[in-house]
Design a protein around this ligand. Structure first.
Ligand SMILES: *Cc1c(COP(=O)(O)O)cnc(C)c1O
Length: 443
């Protein structure tokens, strides 16, 4: 059965699964470390990549394989590799493309952990990351040197939810013979097909909306399958690789494998030898989540828009950012590209700054105070003192993180319950007198 023509909702439920000998409808969890070889020739062929098949669960697993195939089809890519976390997916991606002496040009508005990885860990390995403001794609072009190996962005960036022009930045990358790596966690393939816009490598933290229930940690990287690694800028793909008996990944692979050289190198070099593998149980959790991704993303986005509109009208709120608000700086670009919704995260500031923000977080009901996004339940966080506290004050301000910023990850609750919970902590005599809350909920 070819699933090539199925639509997103159908693929989310079916892609990648071929029913096995047990006729099990649900995708089985294959809890095994290793797999029997049929004979020594079979074993040798598997190790030589002459035949693709299961060897050891650090490298591949049938449950994880369904997850990888499903995400590949949802992203419209050629191959995916699932890893232990989104963070591991990012690190394994970078070291598949770059080595000591190389450079990456990255947007500066990144997830806190990614920023620290790029700012503090990669330089110790000899990989320099140049940070640029992604709002002007020309900033990437200006930072590229002959040592640059890739450009890196997030679709909707932390902390103020600026939407990056994936298409324009992909054009800069390709004009310079470089791949564009996009962390698409905040949009998921349901809201944005980054590969259609030119992304060469797409990363999703499965932990967030793809899983959708805050029950597992995982990440996945998808290879669009069309970047030319032979262009002269990627010696890791054109020089013999000591990690894999001298193979030149961009040159020596036979036709069906050649387009997915990047995904194969992620699997057989860093995943195999550094070992940040996902457990089959977590792969199963993410498959459960992905089944309902399209339904959930619509509700996350609808609820988030309602909350953003509510906050924008509130007298105690000094500013709100949500790419779906018509007067948001991100709206013109975001509304050009995001046709199914603007995602689940809203950020805002309140009168009274840092102290008021902390008080709100400590007293709000219904919202869970924790460091995550993309749960079915609504979440609240103060990034300046938590997820982004490793950044210096200067770095925080440069990336748009003000001390009063409160981040909401809007869940699937009834939006009026969320508005009432917010109202309780934003309530002042004056706002109450205006009676705007009851008006909002009734309409
Ligand atoms: C959470 C997150 C990550 C890291 O993913 P983990 O699964 O937590 O390691 C990377 N990028 C973005 C945008 C995220 O939200």
């Amino acid at each position: 059965m070819s699933s090539a023509n199925y639509r997103f909702e159908t693929l989310a439920l079916h892609a990648g699964q071929s029913v096995d000998a047990t006729q099990s409808r649900g995708v089985p969890v294959y809890r095994t470390s290793s797999y029997l070889f049929k004979n020594t020739e079979h074993a040798a062929n598997l190790f030589a990549l002459k035949e693709l098949g299961n060897i050891y669960t650090r490298l591949m697993n049938p449950t994880t394989d369904v997850l990888e195939q499903r995400v590949t089809q949802l992203e419209g890519g050629a191959a995916s590799v699932a890893l232990a976390s989104g963070t591991a997916a990012i690190f394994n991606t970078i070291i598949t493309i770059a080595e000591a002496g190389d450079e990456i040009v990255s947007a500066n508005n990144l997830y806190g952990g990614t920023y620290t990885q790029f700012d503090a860990i990669l330089p110790k390995l000899g990989i320099t990351v140049k940070f640029v403001d992604p709002k002007d794609p020309a900033n990437f072009e200006r930072a590229i040197t002959e040592k640059t190996r890739a450009l890196y962005i997030e679709t909707i960036g932390n902390p103020v939810l600026d939407y990056s022009d994936v298409k324009a930045i992909a054009e800069v990358a390709h004009r310079n013979g470089l791949p564009l790596i996009v962390d698409a966690t905040f949009t998921t393939p349901y809201l944005l097909k980054t590969i259609d816009l030119g992304a060469d490598i797409v990363i999703n933290s499965l932990t967030k909306w793809l899983g959708g229930h805050g029950t597992g940690i995982g990440g996945i990287v998808t290879d669009a399958g069309r970047f030319n690694w032979k262009g002269g800028k990627h010696p890791l793909f054109t020089e013999p690789d000591k990690n894999y008996h001298g193979l030149r990944w961009g040159i020596d692979l036979p036709e069906p494998l050649a387009p997915i050289a990047f995904a194969l190198r992620v699997r057989t070099v860093p995943l195999r030898n550094l070992g940040a593998s996902i457990s089959p149980d977590n792969s199963w959790i993410f498959l459960q989540g992905i089944e309902t991704l399209p339904v959930r993303m619509v509700r996350h986005s609808e609820n988030a828009l309602k909350i953003a509109e509510y906050l924008a009208a509130h007298p105690e709120v000094t500013w709100v950012r949500y790419p779906g608000l018509k007067n948001d700086p991100s709206y013109p670009l975001a509304s050009r590209d995001l046709k199914n919704g603007f995602g689940g995260v809203v950020v805002f500031g309140v009168k009274g700054g840092y102290d008021a923000a902390v008080k709100i977080i400590d007293s709000i009901k219904l919202f869970s105070h924790l460091a995550n996004v993309g749960d079915a339940k609504s979440l609240i966080l103060h990034p300046a003192s938590t997820s982004h506290s490793q950044l210096t004050e200067k770095q925080q301000l440069e990336s748009g993180l003000s001390p009063d910023l409160i981040r909401l990850s809007i869940g699937l609750e009834h939006p009026d319950d969320l508005i009432e919970a917010l109202d309780e902590v934003l309530h002042t005599e004056e706002s109450h007198k205006q009676g705007w809350l009851s008006k909002l909920i009734k309409k």
